[in-house]
Design a binder for this molecule. Structure first.
Ligand code: ME8
Length: 520
C-alpha cells in the first residue's frame, strides 16, 4: 500500500546573519510536524535551506570583504550546523547558489514568459534592501532626515533601472477566486483577511529583475539582468523536488506542498506572488501557507544593532535540546507574537517537563524497580479509574492531537498531551501505590502497570517534540526501536508483564531559577 505523502517547508534563510532563535523557531515547528507525520504513517519530505542571492547578501559579502560565493558558503554552513544541534530531521537542505536551483529558476521564468506574463520595462520606485521588497509610495512613512520607511521599519531607497516585470495586475481576480475555493490556503484565519484586502486593493505589476548588482540568477537570454531575489527564493520549494522535471518521482509525489510555514513578515510573498508565479507556469499552488508570529526578546525587538539576538547554541547549552524545543513551542500559541524571557522558559520547563512528565516517569519507574523486581508489573482486574486513564492515553489522545496538528495548533496539541500527563499524576496521587505496597500488593502492581502503559503511550506521542527524552523513556520501558510508531500506541502493543526493564534514571532535570542561584 502506498503511504500518503506530506511535504513541509521552512523559509530559506538569508545568509547575511548568524542563525538565531527566530530561525530555529520556524525550523523546530516544521520538524515537529514532519516527525509527527512520519510516525503517523506518512511519507514525508521536509525541506529547509538558505537564500543566498540578492542585494542584501551581496552587501553583507562586500562589508565582510569576501567574495559572495565564499561568503555564502561560510554562512550557509552555520545554518546547516545548527540542524543537528536542534535535532532537526530535514530530508534535504537547499542552497539557492546550487546549479540544480539555477536550472529550476530559469525553467520557471521561461514558462511564465511563454504565458505572456513577463515583459521588459523600466522600474522607478522605492526598494528596501533589508526586506528585499518593492513598496508603493502610499505604503511609506517619513523617517528622520526625510528617509522613507516601509511598514516593516526598513529604510527605502529610490531605484530607477531597466527591469523585467511580472504581470501581477492580471492575476488579482484569479487569486481571489483561488482563495475563495481554498479557504484553508492562508492560515491562521486572521492573516487571510490581511492578504485578501491587499489583493482586493488592486495589484501592481511586479519588478522581477535587477541590473544594478550582479549577485543573482541570470535572466535567460538577457544576462545583464539577475532575477529578483524573491522569484529565485520561492522557486526553491520546487527545485528540491526535481523541477523542471515535473515527472520526477518526488515532484509527482510531493507537489503541491502541504505546508509552507513562514513568519508573518513574508506572508505576502508566499500567499500572493508565489501562487501567481505557479499558476502562470501551469503549476498548482501549495495547499497552505501558515504564517506564525514574531518573537521579541524580553520586550524588545531582536536586532543586530541592539545585539540581543538569542543564539540557539546558547539556549541548548543552558536548557538542553528537548527543553529548548518544548519551551519555544509551548510558551506562545503558534501564530501569535511572543516575548521570549528566560524566566518564563525556566518555569515552563520545570513545571511541564521536570515536574510533569519527568516526575511521572521517574516515580513510576523507580517504584517498579524497587517493588516489582524491576519487571513490568502484573495487571489484575481494572477499576473504572484504571480504564479511564488507559482509554485516555491509548484511544482518545492521538486523534485529539492529530486534529490540532493538522491545523498547526502546536500549543493545543501539547495541551492535549499534557492533559493525559496531569490525569496520570492525579491518578498516582489518588491510587497511592506506595501505600498499597503495605496493604494490597496485587493492586499496587495493577496501578503501576496502568501507569507504565500510560507513560508508554505518552512517550510515543511526545517523540516529535522532545525526541531525546521520549527515546530515553521508551528505552527504560524496554521498547524496541521498531515499536515506536503511533500505530503502536494501540493496546495490542501493550507492555508485557514480567519483562525485565533497565535501571531507571531521571530524564528531565530541573533548571535552577536565577533567584535560586542567587540565593545559593
Ligand atoms: O525572509 N520571530 O529570510 P530571513 C519569529 N530569505 N520568526 C523569525 C524571527 C523572529 N523574530 N526572525 C526570523 C527571508 N524569523 C527570506 C525567505 S523563503 C522563500 C525566503 C524566521 O533570513 C521567520 O520564519 O529574513 C521568518 O519568516 C524567517 O525567519 C525570515 O528569515
Amino acid at each position: 500500500m502506498t503511504r500518503p505523502s506530506f511535504y513541509i517547508t521552512t523559509p530559506i534563510y538569508y545568509v547575511n546573519d548568524a542563525p538565531h532563535i527566530g530561525h530555529v523557531y520556524t525550523t523546530v515547528a516544521c520538524d515537529v510536524l514532519a516527525r509527527f507525520k512520519r510516525l503517523d504513517g506518512f511519507d514525508v519530505f521536509f525541506l529547509t535551506g538558505t537564500d543566498e542571492h540578492g542585494q542584501k547578501v551581496h552587501k553583507a559579502a562586500l562589508v565582510a570583504g569576501t567574495d559572495p560565493q565564499a561568503f555564502t558558503d561560510k554562512v550557509s554552513q552555520n545554518f546547516r550546523d545548527i540542524l543537528p544541534i536542534m535535532n532537526i530531521t530535514n530530508n534535504d537542505f537547499i542552497r539557492t547558489t546550487e546549479p540544480r536551483h539555477k536550472a529550476a529558476c530559469a525553467a520557471l521564468w521561461e514558462k511564465m514568459k511563454e504565458n505572456g506574463d513577463i515583459y521588459l520595462d523600466k522600474y522607478a520606485g522605492w526598494y528596501a534592501v533589508r526586506d528585499e521588497a518593492f513598496y508603493g509610495e502610499d505604503e511609506l512613512t517619513d523617517g528622520p532626515g526625510g528617509v522613507k520607511i516601509a511598514p516593516s521599519g526598513a529604510e527605502c531607497a529610490w531605484v530607477e533601472e531597466e527591469s523585467y516585470f511580472f504581470r501581477l495586475s492580471a492575476w488579482g481576480d484569479r487569486l481571489l477566486e483561488f482563495y475563495d475555493k481554498h479557504p484553508d490556503f492562508i492560515q491562521p484565519e486572521s492573516r487571510r483577511n490581511e492578504v485578501l484586502s491587499f489583493v482586493k486593493s488592486g495589484l501592481r505589476d511586479l519588478s522581477v529583475s535587477r541590473t544594478n548588482f550582479p549577485w543573482g540568477v541570470p535572466v535567460p537570454g538577457d544576462e545583464k539582468h539577475v532575477m529578483y531575489v524573491w522569484v529565485d527564493a520561492l522557486t526553491n520549494y520546487i527545485t528540491a523536488l526535481g523541477y523542471p522535471d515535473e515527472r520526477s518521482e518526488n515532484f509527482r509525489k510531493f507537489w503541491p506542498a502541504d505546508f509552507h510555514v513562514v513568519g508573518k513578515d513574508i506572508l505576502r510573498f508566499h500567499a500572493v506572488y508565489w501562487p501567481a508565479f505557479l499558476m502562470s507556469a501551469g503549476l498548482k499552488p501549495p495547499k497552505c501557507v501558515f504564517a506564525h508570529g514574531w518573537w521579541t526578546i524580553e520586550g524588545q525587538k531582536m536586532s543586530k544593532s541592539l545585539g540581543n539576538a538569542i543564539s540557539p547554541h546558547d539556549l541548548v547549552a543552558r536548557y538542553g535540546v528537548d527543553a529548548t524545543r518544548y519551551a519555544l513551542l509551548r510558551e506562545v500559541p503558534f501564530g501569535n507574537d511572543g516575548d521570549f524571557s528566560h524566566g518564563n522558559v525556566t518555569n515552563r520547563i520545570n513545571a511541564d517537563l521536570a515536574n510533569g512528565l519527568g516526575n511521572l516517569a521517574q516515580r513510576t519507574l523507580a517504584q517498579i524497580a524497587k517493588n516489582c523486581g524491576g519487571k513490568v508489573p502484573a495487571c489484575g482486574p481494572l477499576s473504572e479509574a484504571d480504564r479511564a486513564l488507559l482509554d485516555h492515553a491509548r484511544i482518545r489522545m492521538l486523534p485529539a492531537v492529530r486534529i490540532e496538528l493538522d491545523a498547526v495548533r502546536i500549543h493545543k496539541a501539547l495541551e492535549k498531551i499534557w492533559d493525559v500527563i496531569n490525569a496520570a499524576n492525579a491518578y498516582i496521587d489518588a491510587q497511592a501505590p506506595w501505600t498499597l505496597r503495605k496493604t494490597d500488593l496485587a493492586r499496587m502492581e495493577t496501578v503501576l502497570y496502568v501507569l507504565a502503559e500510560t507513560i508508554r503511550c505518552l512517550a510515543l506521542i511526545v517523540q516529535p517534540v522532545i525526541p531525546e527524552g521520549a527515546g530515553k523513556i521508551l528505552d527504560q520501558l524496554g521498547r524496541a526501536q521498531d515499536r515506536r510508531t503511533f500505530a503502536q500506541i494501540d493496546a495490542a502493543y501493550a507492555l508485557e508483564s514480567g519483562t525485565l526493564l533497565p535501571a531507571p534514571q531521571g530524564v528531565f532535570p530541573r533548571i535552577e531559577t536565577d533567584e535560586k542561584k542567587a540565593a545559593g
